[in-house]
Design a protein around this ligand. Structure first.
Ligand code: FES
Length: 156
């Protein structure tokens, strides 16, 4: 079985500068560690890239797509930035709050869902944008939310 270290070495070999491999390496680690980056994951990335854990953590903490706390099995991210806000993102977010029984930044008690409000997801032309488990749903209206939640509850 390929280890995380091996995977990172493969990615590292693509880039002339090892610093450039930090983002893809963090992605690989996050995927291996169940959607978040515990301290041991940051240490593994640092070791594989000959970086310090502090440097790797500084990169991971800068980008919104990396999670330094555990997340639920499903990660629901609602863009609340300007373009989405203008076409009802707040109502979409509030409908997710009602449907899931959690506030932005929280994870449901059963560990199934984490809800987040995020900055621009880069899909402004089809706002409001919701990112569910890294897949874009766009545009999402408040009335679409119950079906999305039902789909996620019924899915694997
Ligand atoms: S403002 Fe929501 S995707 Fe850009």
């Amino acid at each position: 079985m390929t280890t995380l270290y091996d995977e990172i070495q493969e990615v590292r070999s693509i880039y002339p500068d090892r610093h450039s491999a930090v983002l893809p390496a963090l992605r690989l680690a996050q995927s291996r560690y169940g959607g978040w980056l515990p301290p041991e994951a940051l240490r593994e990335v640092a070791e594989a890239l000959d970086e310090t854990p502090a440097y790797v953590q500084s990169v991971a903490s800068f980008y919104d797509m990396f999670h330094l706390e555990p997340v639920g099995r499903h990660l629901v991210e609602v863009c609340t930035n300007l373009s989405c806000a203008l076409v009802g993102a707040q109502q979409v977010l509030e409908t997710f709050e009602q449907e899931l029984g959690i506030r932005p930044g929280e994870t449901s008690d059963d560990g199934e869902f984490t809800l987040r409000a995020i900055e621009c997801a880069g899909g402004c032309g089809r706002a409001p944008v919701v990112v569910v488990d890294e897949r874009y749903r766009e545009p999402v209206r408040p009335e679409d939310v119950p079906a999305i939640v039902e789909e996620l509850r019924g899915g694997d």
